[in-house]
Design a protein around this ligand. Sequence first.
Ligand code: F6R
Length: 608
Amino acid sequence: MCGIVGYVGFQECPLILLDALKRLEYRGYDSAGIAVVHDKKILFHRAVGKLINLEHHLLKHPLKGTIGIGHTRWATHGKPSELNAHPHVVDDIAVVHNGIIENYVALKQEIQQKGIVFSSQTDTEVIAHLIALFIKEGNRFEDAVRKAISRLKGSFALGIICAQQPHKLIAVRKESPLIIGIGDGEYFIASDAPALLPYTKRVYFMNDGEMAILSPDGMELVDFKGNILPFKTTEIPWTPLLAEKAGYKHFMQKEIFEQPRVITDTFRGRFDPETGEINFEEFDLGQIGDLKKIWIVACGTSYHAGLVGKYMLERLCRLPVEVDLGSEFRYRKPIIDRDMLLILISQSGETADTLAAMREGQKKGVKTLGICNVLGSTLARECDFVIYTHAGPEIGVASTKAFTTQLTVLYLLSLYFAAWLQRLSSSEVKQYLYDLMELSSKIEAALSAAEEIEALAPKYAKFKDFLYLGRGLYYPIALEGALKLKEISYIHAEAYAAGEMKHGPIALIDENMPVVVLAPKGDTYEKIRSNMEEVLSRQGKVIAVTEPDCREIAEKAEDVIKVPEIANPFLKTILYTIPLQLLAYYMAVFKGTDVDQPRNLAKSVTVE
Ligand code: F6R
C-alpha cells in the first residue's frame, strides 16, 4: 500500500529510483513521483496513473542528482491526481510517505492558522510543512525531522531530502515497513526487498521508532529522541531473477507455474521421511507450553488458508481451532486464554489488521506464531515464533503461490502438533509425509490442464456472475477461487458451502449463472453430486472440477476440469486450487484486464 524508495550515493539516481519503483508498483499504482536535489534545489516530477506515465515524463524532462526519493501511490486521502501524488515538496523539503497520519486534520488547521496554504488533499503534506517550519526556526535538518515526527499520530515510513543538505537522506519508520539497502558508498531505502535486489543484498530492516540519517560517508541510526542506536545488517537470500517475469506474460502466471518448486522449497529440510520427525528450525514445541486451543487470524487469501488450516488442525490434532479475519478479531473483544496459540498468516507480514491482531494477542499474554513469506517483515520480527513459506517474492497482486505454500506449512504444522499430542502414530505421520513428497509432481500434472482451461475463457468471460460451490475442506478453496476471479477479471463471484445453497443462493441459479462445482472424490462426493443436480435442474451451467474417473459428474457438467488423483484429502485442496487460479487468470487475460495490477487493489494492505 504505497511504495517508497530513496537513494544517496555517487550515481545519477533518477533512473535507479524509477527502476526501484517499478519493482514496488504492486504496492500501489494510481500515481507516482520522484524528487532529487540538484544545485541545492529540489527538482521533481509527478504523474497520475501507472509508472509508465512518470517514465515518459522523465524521458522528456530528465532529472539529475545523486540523492533522491520516489513514491508509487495507493490513494488513502485525496483522489489520485498530480497534486496529491508524492513527493510533497514544501520550500527546501521533499517527503514521500507510506502510512496514514491520523491527526492530520488538526495539524493542518494549526499550520493554516499561520497563513500557510496547502496544495494537496493528502495527510502527508502536513509532514513537509512541519519540517519546513522547524527548519525556518533554525533547527538542523535531522532535528527538524525529529520535531515534526513527534507531532504525528498514525503510521508512517518516510523518505525525506532537503535542498540545503544535498548528501543527506533521512528515513523514518513507525508501523509501516522500511528497509535500508547498504552499498559501497551508497545507500538505498525501499518499502520492500524486491526493489533493492538488483543493487544490494545487504540490508537493515528498520524497527518502529527508528530514524536513519544516510550519506555516502555512512549511516547513523537514532531513536525518535536522537539517541544513537546500534544496528545489525542481514543478507537477503533472494536473487534479482526471482523478481523478474522470466519469459512469462504476467507475474501471476509465473507464480502459478512456480508452485511445484516453491512448495518443495517450503517443505524441504523440514522433515525426515525415514523417521517421520518434523523440524521447524524457527521454533520448538517446548516453548509453546500447554496447548489447548488454536486461533488463526489473517486477511484475504491468507484467511482462506487459515480456514483450510482449521480443518487440517482439527482433524489431525483434535484441537479446537477458531479462524478470524484480522479486521474483525480485535474489535470483537475476543476471549483469549493464555493456553492457546495465536497463529497469524500473512504473505507480506505487513498487513495492518493482521499485525493489530498479533499485538492484541501479545497484550493478553498469548504466544504468537507467524506464517509469513517476507524475511524481516514486521510479523516475522514481532511474533514469538515464525515459520517462513519459501515462496520467493510474490509480485502479482493476486496471491497464488503464497496461498499454496501457506497450506503446505499448515499441513506440516498439523502433523507436527499431531505427533506431539500423540493423536497420530509415527507410521501415520510417515505416510502423510510421503504423500507430501508426491505433491509437486501432481501439481505439475494439474498445471498441464492450462490450455484446456484457457480454452474455456472465451465461453465464460461474458458472464456477469459466478457461483463457486465446495464442501468441507473445499469450501475455503471455493472461496479462494471466487476471490481470484473477482480480483483480476472483475466478474462478480460468490462462494458457498454447497450444503448452504438450498438456504438461499439457489434462487440465483438460471442459465446466466455459471457454477464452478468442486467435486473431489471422498467423503462428500455423493453430497456434492446431488448439489450439482440441483444446479442443473435449474438450468445452471456447471463447470465441474473433479478427478479423471468421476464419470457421473463429467457426463452431466457443461465443462469439466480434471485434477490428478491423490488420496490425501488435505493435499488435494492444493491440487484443486490450481485450476481455479488458472481459470481466473485466463478469464482476466481474455478480458484484457490488468492481471498483475488489478484496479483499486494493492499488494500489502498496510492501513486499516
Ligand atoms: C488476494 C490477496 C489479498 C491478500 C490479503 C492479505 O489475492 O492477495 O487478499 O491475501 O491482502 O495479505 P497478506 O497475506 O500479505 O497479509
